[in-house]
Write a protein that binds this ligand. Structure first.
Ligand code: DSN
Length: 419
């Protein structure tokens, strides 16, 4: 955190300040390979730490239930305008508190309980809120999950179409959390039109790539687009809905008063900052570098014999099937974390193992690309992952400690933004 803020916190609450310093140190000395995490700019953190957190502003700009919102109105309007401009959307709502609430708003806007929803199954790379059984979206709606092909690891739109024609869902989701390949938004839109369903694209993982022109956009194809703002988009933890003008009031009413009370105005301001950053030419270079790094990491892992779901990546993430390496996703992720490489355990399609200790790990390059790492560094990281996975299998803590020192040295050469 900025030195002045750290001093204030240390004077007021040394115990908490020490914990924040410890997290700063952890992030600085480790490398984050979790595809849904990133390191935000000092300007985004400054907006998050502003007095805007003090304000209540239920409602929308010009229509609030509290006085004193003249400035907040301008901030939210600015965030909305920047979101619409960046993504070419007719309507934007910047109030959803995070990704799951944003997705719930889509149900609230378009569905009644019991209606059918189709989404990519969680083990195939979808998201809990796309109708998976442990989420209320799978309990309160009739969920008809689609999957990926066993032979390719990729969604087959002919299978999706056949399921949609048979089940007549009211809502179809595309997008998810562990999809390494380009999403065919136009193909999904054609299916949704055919069965008269609402098409929702959840691009939480892809928003930054889309903004930077490194992945096709769903705008113009999907009826509504949902995204978090803290992944590749590199903003604060929050979310947005983008939609056609015809759906504007249904989406707005779904967020407030349908699901939420007061928006988090400090987050709205930080989203506005991130959206401005994402509109700059260097962000496009960043988005393309994320993909180049992910490809380089995938190639280097494949050369070392790792099995990648779908054979590689078109975007920022890789899904690694560790079955043939004799370790579980949990064992590998824990060992790699001890080596300073922070990943997450992840199910692979048709995973025979349980979600808490699945067969794979998920890797991503948004955070390391923010720090400035390039393709050559990805080859180094692949070597460390290889050695770390072997060490996990034979419980070789000495190797993990050696790797940790090497990782810390590289991390030290690429400081976190603002440090
Ligand atoms: N946070 C999402 C991710 O890590 O992809 C899952 O909800």
């Amino acid at each position: 955190m900025p030195a002045a803020a750290a001093d204030v916190l240390a004077a007021e609450d040394p115990e908490l300040a020490a914990l924040v310093r410890a997290e700063d140190e952890r992030q600085a000395t480790e490398l984050c390979l979790i595809p849904s995490e990133n390191h935000v700019s000092p300007a985004v953190r400054a907006a998050l730490g502003s007095r805007l957190t003090d304000k209540y502003s239920e409602g929308y700009p010009g229509k609030r239930y509290y006085e004193g919102n003249e400035v907040i109105d301008r901030i939210e309007a600015l965030a909305i305008a920047r979101a619409r401009e960046l993504f070419g959307a007719e309507h934007a709502n910047v109030q959803p508190l995070s990704g799951a609430p944003a997705n719930l708003a889509v149900y609230a806007a378009f569905l009644e309980p019991g209606d059918a929803v189709m989404g990519l199954g969680l083990p195939a790379g979808g998201h809990l809120t796309h109708g998976w059984g442990v989420s209320v979206t799978g309990r309160w709606f009739r969920s008809v999950p689609y999957g990926v092909r066993r032979d390719t690891g990729v969604v087959d739109l002919d299978e999706v179409r056949a399921l949609a024609v048979r089940e007549r869902p009211k809502l179809i989701w595309c997008g998810g959390t562990a999809i390494p390949r380009t999403i065919d938004f136009a193909g999904f839109a054609e299916i949704a039109r055919e069965v008269d369903a609402v098409l929702a694209a959840d691009v939480a993982h892809l928003a930054g790539l889309i903004a930077g022109g490194a992945h096709p956009t769903p705008v113009g194809h999907a009826d509504v687009v949902t995204t978090t703002t803290h992944k590749t988009l590199r903003g604060p933890r929050g979310a947005m809905l983008l939609g056609r003008a015809e759906h504007a009031s249904a989406l707005d009413r779904a967020v407030f008063p349908g699901l939420q009370g007061g928006p988090h105005d400090h987050t709205t301001a930080a989203i506005a900052v991130a959206l401005r950053e994402a509109a700059q030419p260097d962000f496009s270079a960043y988005a393309h570098q994320i993909v180049a790094n992910a490809r380089a990491l995938g190639d280097a892992l494949a050369e070392r014999g790792f099995e990648l779901v779908s054979g590689g990546t078109d975007n920022h993430l890789l899904l690694v099937d560790l079955t043939a390496r004799g370790v579980t996703g949990g064992q590998a992720a824990e060992a790699l974390a001890r080596a300073g490489l922070v990943t997450n355990r992840n199910a692979i399609p048709f995973d025979p193992r349980k979600p808490l200790d699945p067969s794979g790990i998920r890797l991503g390059t948004p955070a390391v690309t923010t720090r400035g790492l390039r393709e050559a560094d990805m080859a180094t990281i692949a070597g460390w992952i290889d050695a770390g996975v072997v060490a996990a299998r034979v419980a070789d803590e000495g190797t993990l400690a050696r790797l940790r020192a090497e990782v810390a040295e590289l991390a030290g050469a690429y400081p976190l933004p603002g440090s």
